[in-house]
Design a protein around this ligand. Structure first.
Ligand code: 13P
Ligand code: SF4
Length: 344
């Protein structure tokens, strides 16, 4: 059983956008009964909770069994022996868990579990593109629906996109749907001397497209030894002005290994909360941006779906779509690890 004092001690360094989000003892006293109920019911139901680093800190540090980036969480979903997976994130991540675990119940507690990338392209859109550009290999970002993955050849995440696209034995690539990540991919292939014709789709992440290089320049004047750590969904102008670019888990690893003290972290606020919690000696400057989809997860809804899930909380994917989407995800595992990990 967790106490309010323990939760407050854990989250005392979280201060997002000034003190707009901070953990007082009163707040922790309200959260702790929910945390303890969820942890009890999880055991009874043989359930695990997977949480993306962007969800609220009380979920990450109170009830989650696994936390991480899209790639790590897909692997965690595959490795679990639980009967039920509660995925505190967004729908496409829950769908990925279901594609990999057809026999398990996958529940998504988010009230608004969309994603500005996943919502911008449909399976029919990809079929139309294939008719127009038949010679291309279709590479989809993991931020896509199961229906879109079913129409594509290889799935990628922010942690492996550059290496996978480089390794694909076709110099014609259609990358979708993130136009900004796609432009970063074009830049990186040019930097590596890899000649590929890479076509892009018109999608952006509404959180990451907001950052601009002017703000980086301003912060560097204020903090001369600043390290700028950026997600590849940001624009190429921001990426070029940064010191390190990687997935959310790669960003955490980079900051934990860095000798520097001042950081500007250009991604969703949840990641900054994790860094403030795990690295109290470091200084995180500037303002982060919130993803309304990730932040629509709450302890109340996690408890609700564990007790009495409704049809809207369950991930259901038709078997022919699931099988084709699985082939797309397995292609990613083969490129990344040389083989498909167990259980797929
Ligand atoms: P990561 O795979 O880097 O965690 O990214 C997921 C995401 O949605 C970023 O906006
Ligand atoms: Fe989608 Fe952007 Fe939210 Fe990530 S941060 S889930 S890409 S809307």
């Amino acid at each position: 059983m967790m106490t309010a004092e323990e939760l407050q001690a854990k989250l005392q360094n979280v201060k997002i956008n000034g003190a707009a989000c901070s953990y007082t003892l009163e707040k922790c006293e309200r959260l702790v009964p929910l945390i303890n109920s969820i942890n009890e019911i999880k055991k009874i139901r043989n359930a695990v909770i997977l949480a993306h680093s962007y969800v609220a800190p009380e979920i990450v540090y109170g009830v989650a069994d696994f936390t991480g980036d899209s790639y790590g969480l897909s692997k965690d979903a595959m490795g679990t022996t639980a009967d039920t997976i509660v995925f505190a994130a967004v729908r496409f991540m829950g769908e990925t868990a279901k594609i990999l675990n057809p026999g398990k119940e996958v529940l998504i507690p988010g009230r608004d579990s969309g994603c500005s990338l996943a919502d911008v392209v449909t399976g029919a859109d990809v079929r139309a593109l294939r008719e127009k550009f038949p010679d291309y290999t279709y590479v989809c970002y993991i931020n896509t629906t199961a229906e879109v993955k079913a129409e594509c050849d290889v799935c990628v995440t922010s942690s492996n996109v550059y290496d996978i696209v480089q390794a694909i034995p076709n110099d014609r690539i259609y990358f979708l749907p993130d136009k900004l990540m796609g432009r970063n991919l074009q830049d990186e292939m040019a930097r590596r001397g890899v000649a590929k014709d890479i076509k892009l789709y018109e999608g952006t992440c509404y959180v990451h497209e907001q950052y601009d290089p002017e703000m980086i320049r301003f912060m560097r004047v204020k903090f001369p030894r600043l390290e700028v750590v950026t997600h590849p969904e940001c624009s190429p102008e921001v990426v070029r002005a940064s010191d390190y670019v990687g997935s959310t888990s790669q960003m955490i690893k980079h900051v934990s290994q860095s000798k520097e003290k001042d950081f500007l972290v250009l991604t969703e606020c949840g990641l900054v909360s994790r860094l403030q919690t795990e690295h109290p000696g470091k200084n995180f400057v500037g303002a982060c941006t919130m993803c309304k989809y990730m932040k629509s997860n709450s302890l109340e809804d996690i408890l609700r779906v564990l007790i009495k899930p409704g049809p809207q909380d369950r991930v259901v994917i038709e078997e022919p779509v699931r099988k084709r989407a699985l082939a797309c995800i397995e292609a990613m595992f083969r490129y990344t690890e040389g083989a498909v990990p167990r259980n797929a």
